[in-house]
Design a protein around this ligand. Sequence first.
Ligand SMILES: [Zn+2]
Length: 453
Amino acid sequence: MSDTLGLRARWVLAEEGGRSTLLPDATVVVRDGRIRDVMPAGAEGAPDDTRLLGAHLLMPGFVNSHTHCVSGPLFRAVLEDRDYTSGGGSIISDVMMPLGRIISALCDEDDIRAIAALGQLEALCAGSTTIVDMPRADHDGFALAAADIGLRAQIHPYLMSPPGAEWRLDAQDDDSDAGLETFLRWHARFDGGTTGRIRIGLGPHAPDTCAPDLLRRIARARDHHGAPVTIHLAQSGDEVAQIHARLGMSPVDYLDRVGLLQGGLIAAHCSDATDADLALMASRGVVVAHCPLSYARIARMVSRQRFLDHGLRCTVASDAHALDIVADLRLAAINGKYATGKVAAAPAHEMVAAATVEAADALQRSDLGRIRPGATADLIAIRMDSAHLQPVYDPIKTLVWNGGGQDVDFAMVDGEVLLRDGRFLRADPAAIVAKGAAVTNRVWERARAQGII
Ligand SMILES: [Zn+2]
Protein backbone atom coordinates (compact mmCIF):
# COMPACT_ATOMS: atom_id res chain seq x y z
CA MET A 1 0.00 0.00 0.00
CA SER A 2 1.27 3.43 -0.86
CA ASP A 3 2.15 5.67 2.07
CA THR A 4 1.07 8.66 0.01
CA LEU A 5 -2.34 10.05 0.91
CA GLY A 6 -4.52 12.40 -1.08
CA LEU A 7 -7.18 14.58 0.54
CA ARG A 8 -9.73 16.09 -1.82
CA ALA A 9 -12.21 18.66 -0.58
CA ARG A 10 -14.79 21.04 -2.01
CA TRP A 11 -12.56 23.94 -0.94
CA VAL A 12 -8.87 23.98 -0.06
CA LEU A 13 -7.36 27.04 1.63
CA ALA A 14 -3.92 26.95 0.06
CA GLU A 15 -1.04 29.37 -0.18
CA GLU A 16 -0.09 30.41 -3.69
CA GLY A 17 2.51 33.05 -4.36
CA GLY A 18 2.52 33.97 -0.67
CA ARG A 19 -1.23 34.61 -0.62
CA SER A 20 -4.07 32.54 0.78
CA THR A 21 -6.28 31.26 -2.00
CA LEU A 22 -9.43 29.16 -1.96
CA LEU A 23 -9.07 26.37 -4.50
CA PRO A 24 -12.24 24.51 -5.51
CA ASP A 25 -12.17 20.69 -5.56
CA ALA A 26 -8.40 20.55 -5.07
CA THR A 27 -6.36 17.62 -3.74
CA VAL A 28 -3.64 17.91 -1.11
CA VAL A 29 -1.00 15.19 -1.35
CA VAL A 30 0.67 14.14 1.91
CA ARG A 31 3.66 11.84 2.38
CA ASP A 32 5.99 11.31 5.37
CA GLY A 33 4.34 14.09 7.36
CA ARG A 34 4.77 16.72 4.65
CA ILE A 35 2.55 18.28 2.04
CA ARG A 36 4.03 17.19 -1.28
CA ASP A 37 1.63 18.75 -3.74
CA VAL A 38 -1.56 20.78 -4.07
CA MET A 39 -3.37 19.58 -7.18
CA PRO A 40 -6.07 21.74 -8.75
CA ALA A 41 -9.44 20.29 -9.79
CA GLY A 42 -9.18 17.88 -12.70
CA ALA A 43 -5.40 17.41 -12.47
CA GLU A 44 -4.12 13.96 -13.41
CA GLY A 45 -2.07 11.75 -11.11
CA ALA A 46 -3.82 11.93 -7.74
CA PRO A 47 -2.59 9.21 -5.33
CA ASP A 48 -4.42 5.87 -5.42
CA ASP A 49 -5.26 6.40 -1.77
CA THR A 50 -7.19 9.64 -2.16
CA ARG A 51 -9.86 10.36 0.42
CA LEU A 52 -12.85 12.32 -0.77
CA LEU A 53 -13.77 14.62 2.08
CA GLY A 54 -16.77 15.94 0.21
CA ALA A 55 -18.42 19.21 1.17
CA HIS A 56 -15.52 20.27 3.37
CA LEU A 57 -13.16 23.16 3.78
CA LEU A 58 -9.66 21.71 4.03
CA MET A 59 -7.36 24.23 5.67
CA PRO A 60 -4.25 24.52 7.82
CA GLY A 61 -4.78 23.46 11.42
CA PHE A 62 -5.12 26.41 13.77
CA VAL A 63 -1.96 27.49 15.56
CA ASN A 64 -3.40 28.49 18.92
CA SER A 65 -0.71 30.81 20.26
CA HIS A 66 -1.99 31.19 23.83
CA THR A 67 -3.85 28.47 25.69
CA HIS A 68 -4.25 27.03 29.17
CA CYS A 69 -5.52 23.51 28.63
CA VAL A 70 -5.62 22.73 32.35
CA SER A 71 -7.37 25.96 33.29
CA GLY A 72 -9.86 25.69 30.41
CA PRO A 73 -11.91 22.89 31.98
CA LEU A 74 -11.17 24.18 35.48
CA PHE A 75 -12.60 27.68 34.88
CA ARG A 76 -15.59 26.52 32.85
CA ALA A 77 -18.76 28.19 34.16
CA VAL A 78 -16.88 29.06 37.35
CA LEU A 79 -15.60 32.49 36.33
CA GLU A 80 -18.49 33.68 34.23
CA ASP A 81 -21.24 35.99 35.48
CA ARG A 82 -19.79 36.35 38.98
CA ASP A 83 -18.52 39.51 40.60
CA TYR A 84 -15.23 38.87 42.33
CA THR A 85 -14.26 42.52 42.56
CA SER A 86 -16.58 43.69 45.36
CA GLY A 87 -13.89 42.85 47.96
CA GLY A 88 -11.33 44.94 46.10
CA GLY A 89 -9.54 41.93 44.64
CA SER A 90 -9.15 40.71 41.10
CA ILE A 91 -10.27 37.65 39.23
CA ILE A 92 -6.62 36.65 38.81
CA SER A 93 -5.53 36.95 42.45
CA ASP A 94 -8.81 35.87 44.08
CA VAL A 95 -9.91 32.98 41.91
CA MET A 96 -7.54 31.87 39.16
CA MET A 97 -4.36 31.66 41.22
CA PRO A 98 -6.02 29.99 44.27
CA LEU A 99 -7.65 27.38 42.00
CA GLY A 100 -4.24 26.68 40.51
CA ARG A 101 -2.79 26.23 44.00
CA ILE A 102 -5.54 23.75 44.90
CA ILE A 103 -4.75 21.73 41.80
CA SER A 104 -1.10 21.61 42.83
CA ALA A 105 -1.98 20.49 46.35
CA LEU A 106 -4.55 17.92 45.31
CA CYS A 107 -3.41 16.41 42.03
CA ASP A 108 -0.62 14.00 41.21
CA GLU A 109 1.02 13.65 37.81
CA ASP A 110 -1.65 11.27 36.59
CA ASP A 111 -4.46 13.66 37.62
CA ILE A 112 -2.79 16.52 35.77
CA ARG A 113 -2.34 14.26 32.77
CA ALA A 114 -6.09 13.55 32.85
CA ILE A 115 -7.27 17.15 33.08
CA ALA A 116 -4.69 18.34 30.53
CA ALA A 117 -5.78 15.60 28.14
CA LEU A 118 -9.37 16.82 28.45
CA GLY A 119 -8.38 20.39 27.53
CA GLN A 120 -6.05 19.28 24.77
CA LEU A 121 -8.69 16.99 23.29
CA GLU A 122 -11.10 19.92 23.27
CA ALA A 123 -8.52 22.12 21.55
CA LEU A 124 -7.68 19.50 18.92
CA CYS A 125 -11.29 18.57 18.20
CA ALA A 126 -12.04 22.28 17.71
CA GLY A 127 -9.27 22.57 15.12
CA SER A 128 -6.12 23.59 16.99
CA THR A 129 -3.35 21.31 15.76
CA THR A 130 -0.75 23.43 17.59
CA ILE A 131 -1.04 24.94 21.06
CA VAL A 132 1.27 27.30 22.93
CA ASP A 133 0.42 26.60 26.55
CA MET A 134 1.56 27.84 29.95
CA PRO A 135 0.98 25.12 32.55
CA ARG A 136 2.00 25.48 36.18
CA ALA A 137 5.50 24.39 37.06
CA ASP A 138 4.43 21.23 38.88
CA HIS A 139 2.26 19.98 36.02
CA ASP A 140 4.67 17.51 34.46
CA GLY A 141 1.63 15.50 33.38
CA PHE A 142 0.87 18.20 30.80
CA ALA A 143 3.54 17.07 28.35
CA LEU A 144 2.62 13.42 28.92
CA ALA A 145 -0.96 14.26 27.95
CA ALA A 146 0.25 16.07 24.83
CA ALA A 147 2.13 12.92 23.84
CA ASP A 148 -1.08 10.92 24.40
CA ILE A 149 -3.33 13.27 22.41
CA GLY A 150 -0.84 13.83 19.60
CA LEU A 151 -1.27 17.52 18.94
CA ARG A 152 1.75 19.82 18.51
CA ALA A 153 2.49 21.51 21.82
CA GLN A 154 4.90 24.30 22.60
CA ILE A 155 4.87 24.16 26.38
CA HIS A 156 6.09 27.01 28.58
CA PRO A 157 6.06 26.07 32.28
CA TYR A 158 5.27 29.00 34.53
CA LEU A 159 8.29 30.65 36.12
CA MET A 160 7.68 33.00 39.05
CA SER A 161 9.76 34.66 41.75
CA PRO A 162 9.23 33.58 45.34
CA PRO A 163 7.63 35.97 47.84
CA GLY A 164 10.21 38.38 49.22
CA ALA A 165 12.18 38.56 45.95
CA GLU A 166 14.42 41.60 45.43
CA TRP A 167 12.61 44.11 43.23
CA ARG A 168 15.48 46.53 42.52
CA LEU A 169 16.22 46.72 38.81
CA ASP A 170 19.95 47.00 39.48
CA ALA A 171 19.95 44.13 41.99
CA GLN A 172 22.89 41.90 41.18
CA ASP A 173 21.89 38.35 40.45
CA ASP A 174 24.26 35.50 41.03
CA ASP A 175 24.45 34.12 37.51
CA SER A 176 22.91 30.82 38.63
CA ASP A 177 19.92 28.96 37.19
CA ALA A 178 17.86 29.59 40.32
CA GLY A 179 14.15 29.73 39.45
CA LEU A 180 14.64 27.92 36.12
CA GLU A 181 14.56 24.40 37.54
CA THR A 182 11.21 23.48 35.96
CA PHE A 183 12.27 24.68 32.54
CA LEU A 184 15.56 22.79 32.74
CA ARG A 185 13.86 19.61 33.97
CA TRP A 186 11.13 19.71 31.33
CA HIS A 187 13.59 20.67 28.62
CA ALA A 188 15.72 17.63 29.42
CA ARG A 189 12.71 15.33 29.78
CA PHE A 190 10.35 16.42 27.01
CA ASP A 191 11.87 18.82 24.46
CA GLY A 192 11.71 17.36 20.96
CA GLY A 193 9.61 14.42 22.18
CA THR A 194 7.19 12.38 20.06
CA THR A 195 9.22 13.14 16.95
CA GLY A 196 9.45 16.85 17.54
CA ARG A 197 5.81 17.68 18.27
CA ILE A 198 6.62 18.73 21.84
CA ARG A 199 8.79 21.76 22.42
CA ILE A 200 9.64 23.26 25.80
CA GLY A 201 9.92 27.02 26.13
CA LEU A 202 10.28 29.55 28.92
CA GLY A 203 7.10 30.86 30.56
CA PRO A 204 7.67 33.82 32.84
CA HIS A 205 4.16 34.27 34.22
CA ALA A 206 3.94 38.09 34.09
CA PRO A 207 6.03 41.16 34.94
CA ASP A 208 4.44 41.54 38.40
CA THR A 209 5.24 37.96 39.42
CA CYS A 210 8.79 37.83 38.03
CA ALA A 211 11.52 39.90 39.70
CA PRO A 212 14.39 41.40 37.67
CA ASP A 213 17.01 38.76 38.46
CA LEU A 214 14.67 35.94 37.35
CA LEU A 215 13.83 37.70 34.09
CA ARG A 216 17.53 38.26 33.38
CA ARG A 217 18.15 34.53 33.95
CA ILE A 218 15.29 33.75 31.58
CA ALA A 219 16.82 35.97 28.90
CA ARG A 220 20.13 34.14 29.31
CA ALA A 221 18.44 30.71 29.16
CA ARG A 222 16.58 31.80 25.99
CA ASP A 223 19.88 32.62 24.33
CA HIS A 224 21.69 29.56 25.65
CA HIS A 225 19.02 26.98 24.76
CA GLY A 226 17.45 28.75 21.78
CA ALA A 227 14.17 28.38 23.65
CA PRO A 228 11.06 30.41 22.80
CA VAL A 229 9.57 32.74 25.42
CA THR A 230 6.01 33.78 26.07
CA ILE A 231 4.60 35.95 28.86
CA HIS A 232 1.39 37.67 29.95
CA LEU A 233 2.17 41.35 29.46
CA ALA A 234 0.26 44.44 30.58
CA GLN A 235 -2.73 42.19 31.12
CA SER A 236 -4.37 44.26 33.89
CA GLY A 237 -4.38 47.72 35.44
CA ASP A 238 -3.26 46.07 38.66
CA GLU A 239 -0.10 44.72 37.03
CA VAL A 240 0.71 48.13 35.52
CA ALA A 241 0.22 49.86 38.90
CA GLN A 242 2.40 47.30 40.70
CA ILE A 243 5.31 47.64 38.31
CA HIS A 244 5.09 51.44 38.42
CA ALA A 245 5.09 51.32 42.23
CA ARG A 246 8.03 48.91 42.41
CA LEU A 247 10.19 50.09 39.53
CA GLY A 248 8.80 53.42 38.33
CA MET A 249 8.17 52.25 34.79
CA SER A 250 5.67 50.34 32.65
CA PRO A 251 5.74 46.53 32.43
CA VAL A 252 6.83 46.84 28.79
CA ASP A 253 9.76 49.14 29.69
CA TYR A 254 10.64 46.69 32.45
CA LEU A 255 10.86 43.76 30.02
CA ASP A 256 12.97 45.88 27.73
CA ARG A 257 15.40 46.74 30.54
CA VAL A 258 15.97 43.07 31.42
CA GLY A 259 16.48 41.98 27.80
CA LEU A 260 13.24 40.13 27.17
CA LEU A 261 11.56 42.51 24.73
CA GLN A 262 12.82 40.97 21.49
CA GLY A 263 11.62 39.40 18.27
CA GLY A 264 10.33 35.91 19.01
CA LEU A 265 8.57 36.98 22.23
CA ILE A 266 4.85 36.24 22.23
CA ALA A 267 3.15 38.66 24.64
CA ALA A 268 -0.36 37.67 25.64
CA HIS A 269 -3.11 40.26 26.05
CA CYS A 270 -1.33 43.67 26.35
CA SER A 271 -4.76 45.17 27.09
CA ASP A 272 -3.32 47.78 29.46
CA ALA A 273 -0.24 48.75 27.46
CA THR A 274 0.10 52.45 26.61
CA ASP A 275 0.55 53.75 23.08
CA ALA A 276 4.25 54.27 23.83
CA ASP A 277 4.49 50.68 25.09
CA LEU A 278 2.94 49.34 21.90
CA ALA A 279 5.26 51.45 19.72
CA LEU A 280 8.28 50.07 21.60
CA MET A 281 7.01 46.50 21.28
CA ALA A 282 6.51 46.98 17.54
CA SER A 283 10.06 48.30 17.16
CA ARG A 284 11.39 45.21 18.93
CA GLY A 285 9.37 42.76 16.80
CA VAL A 286 7.24 41.39 19.64
CA VAL A 287 4.01 39.59 18.64
CA VAL A 288 0.79 40.09 20.62
CA ALA A 289 -1.49 37.11 21.29
CA HIS A 290 -4.99 38.58 21.40
CA CYS A 291 -7.63 36.61 23.34
CA PRO A 292 -10.81 38.68 23.18
CA LEU A 293 -13.17 36.21 24.84
CA SER A 294 -11.22 36.22 28.12
CA TYR A 295 -11.70 39.98 28.33
CA ALA A 296 -15.33 39.97 27.23
CA ARG A 297 -16.06 37.68 30.17
CA ILE A 298 -14.74 40.29 32.58
CA ALA A 299 -16.68 43.08 30.86
CA ARG A 300 -13.79 44.50 28.83
CA MET A 301 -13.71 45.00 25.08
CA VAL A 302 -10.20 44.72 23.63
CA SER A 303 -9.69 45.29 19.93
CA ARG A 304 -6.95 43.75 17.80
CA GLN A 305 -7.09 46.86 15.65
CA ARG A 306 -5.28 48.91 18.31
CA PHE A 307 -2.26 46.60 18.08
CA LEU A 308 -2.28 46.68 14.28
CA ASP A 309 -2.47 50.48 14.30
CA HIS A 310 0.83 50.52 16.19
CA GLY A 311 2.46 48.30 13.60
CA LEU A 312 2.39 45.19 15.77
CA ARG A 313 1.82 41.69 14.50
CA CYS A 314 -1.10 40.18 16.38
CA THR A 315 -2.40 36.62 16.51
CA VAL A 316 -5.80 35.52 17.80
CA ALA A 317 -5.83 32.79 20.45
CA SER A 318 -8.06 31.07 23.01
CA ASP A 319 -6.48 31.61 26.43
CA ALA A 320 -8.31 29.64 29.14
CA HIS A 321 -12.10 29.11 29.33
CA ALA A 322 -13.22 27.71 25.97
CA LEU A 323 -10.55 26.19 23.73
CA ASP A 324 -12.67 26.60 20.59
CA ILE A 325 -10.60 29.15 18.72
CA VAL A 326 -13.37 29.90 16.22
CA ALA A 327 -15.29 31.58 19.05
CA ASP A 328 -12.35 33.94 19.56
CA LEU A 329 -12.02 34.59 15.81
CA ARG A 330 -15.67 35.67 15.71
CA LEU A 331 -15.33 37.91 18.74
CA ALA A 332 -12.11 39.42 17.38
CA ALA A 333 -14.06 40.29 14.23
CA ILE A 334 -16.94 41.77 16.23
CA ASN A 335 -14.63 43.80 18.48
CA GLY A 336 -12.73 45.09 15.45
CA LYS A 337 -15.97 46.44 14.00
CA TYR A 338 -17.14 47.95 17.30
CA ALA A 339 -13.76 49.58 17.91
CA THR A 340 -13.50 51.18 14.48
CA GLY A 341 -17.16 51.75 13.64
CA LYS A 342 -16.36 50.23 10.27
CA VAL A 343 -18.32 47.31 8.86
CA ALA A 344 -15.41 46.19 6.71
CA ALA A 345 -12.93 46.14 9.62
CA ALA A 346 -11.54 42.85 10.95
CA PRO A 347 -12.72 40.69 8.03
CA ALA A 348 -13.07 36.92 8.48
CA HIS A 349 -10.18 36.10 6.14
CA GLU A 350 -7.83 38.22 8.29
CA MET A 351 -9.06 36.53 11.44
CA VAL A 352 -8.32 33.08 10.03
CA ALA A 353 -4.88 34.24 8.87
CA ALA A 354 -4.18 35.54 12.39
CA ALA A 355 -4.70 32.03 13.78
CA THR A 356 -2.90 30.14 11.02
CA VAL A 357 -0.11 31.67 8.96
CA GLU A 358 0.54 34.66 11.24
CA ALA A 359 0.51 32.54 14.39
CA ALA A 360 2.88 30.05 12.77
CA ASP A 361 5.22 32.92 11.88
CA ALA A 362 5.01 34.12 15.51
CA LEU A 363 6.35 30.70 16.47
CA GLN A 364 9.01 31.10 13.78
CA ARG A 365 7.59 28.03 12.09
CA SER A 366 7.18 28.91 8.43
CA ASP A 367 6.33 25.23 7.78
CA LEU A 368 3.10 25.46 9.80
CA GLY A 369 -0.17 27.34 9.29
CA ARG A 370 -0.25 27.05 5.50
CA ILE A 371 -1.01 24.51 2.80
CA ARG A 372 1.77 24.51 0.25
CA PRO A 373 4.28 21.94 -1.02
CA GLY A 374 6.97 21.36 1.59
CA ALA A 375 4.88 22.49 4.56
CA THR A 376 4.27 20.18 7.51
CA ALA A 377 1.01 18.25 7.15
CA ASP A 378 -0.94 19.75 10.05
CA LEU A 379 -4.40 20.01 8.52
CA ILE A 380 -8.04 20.22 9.50
CA ALA A 381 -11.27 19.89 7.56
CA ILE A 382 -14.51 21.67 8.38
CA ARG A 383 -17.72 19.92 7.45
CA MET A 384 -19.74 22.54 5.59
CA ASP A 385 -22.98 20.71 4.77
CA SER A 386 -24.73 21.18 8.10
CA ALA A 387 -27.90 23.28 8.18
CA HIS A 388 -26.28 26.16 10.08
CA LEU A 389 -23.55 26.48 7.41
CA GLN A 390 -25.61 26.07 4.25
CA PRO A 391 -25.63 27.40 1.64
CA VAL A 392 -21.98 28.35 1.32
CA TYR A 393 -21.04 31.54 -0.51
CA ASP A 394 -17.59 31.98 1.09
CA PRO A 395 -16.50 29.12 3.37
CA ILE A 396 -14.09 31.28 5.41
CA LYS A 397 -16.75 33.88 6.21
CA THR A 398 -19.23 31.10 6.92
CA LEU A 399 -16.82 29.41 9.31
CA VAL A 400 -16.07 32.59 11.26
CA TRP A 401 -19.63 33.96 11.38
CA ASN A 402 -21.73 30.80 11.51
CA GLY A 403 -19.45 27.92 12.40
CA GLY A 404 -17.55 26.65 15.39
CA GLY A 405 -15.11 24.08 16.58
CA GLN A 406 -17.85 21.46 16.54
CA ASP A 407 -17.80 21.62 12.73
CA VAL A 408 -14.21 20.34 12.57
CA ASP A 409 -14.45 16.67 11.64
CA PHE A 410 -10.95 15.84 10.44
CA ALA A 411 -7.54 16.67 11.89
CA MET A 412 -4.05 15.58 10.95
CA VAL A 413 -0.76 16.37 12.70
CA ASP A 414 2.57 15.49 11.08
CA GLY A 415 0.60 13.48 8.52
CA GLU A 416 -1.04 11.37 11.25
CA VAL A 417 -4.83 11.38 11.14
CA LEU A 418 -6.01 12.11 14.70
CA LEU A 419 -9.63 12.98 14.00
CA ARG A 420 -11.80 11.35 11.35
CA ASP A 421 -15.52 11.83 10.84
CA GLY A 422 -15.47 13.88 14.03
CA ARG A 423 -14.07 11.03 16.11
CA PHE A 424 -10.73 11.02 17.93
CA LEU A 425 -8.80 7.95 16.81
CA ARG A 426 -6.02 7.43 19.36
CA ALA A 427 -8.17 6.58 22.37
CA ASP A 428 -11.74 6.50 23.60
CA PRO A 429 -12.71 10.18 23.85
CA ALA A 430 -15.50 9.42 26.36
CA ALA A 431 -12.94 7.94 28.75
CA ILE A 432 -10.70 11.01 28.44
CA VAL A 433 -13.64 13.30 29.12
CA ALA A 434 -14.88 11.28 32.11
CA LYS A 435 -11.46 11.09 33.74
CA GLY A 436 -10.64 14.78 33.23
CA ALA A 437 -14.06 15.89 34.49
CA ALA A 438 -13.76 13.72 37.60
CA VAL A 439 -10.44 15.34 38.55
CA THR A 440 -11.88 18.81 37.91
CA ASN A 441 -14.86 18.07 40.14
CA ARG A 442 -12.53 17.10 42.99
CA VAL A 443 -10.73 20.44 42.66
CA TRP A 444 -14.04 22.34 42.62
CA GLU A 445 -15.17 20.50 45.75
CA ARG A 446 -12.07 21.68 47.65
CA ALA A 447 -12.42 25.23 46.24
CA ARG A 448 -16.03 25.36 47.40
CA ALA A 449 -15.05 24.18 50.86
CA GLN A 450 -12.49 27.00 51.02
CA GLY A 451 -15.01 29.61 49.81
CA ILE A 452 -13.03 30.37 46.63
CA ILE A 453 -15.82 29.59 44.20
ZN1 LIG B 1 -2.85 33.18 29.78
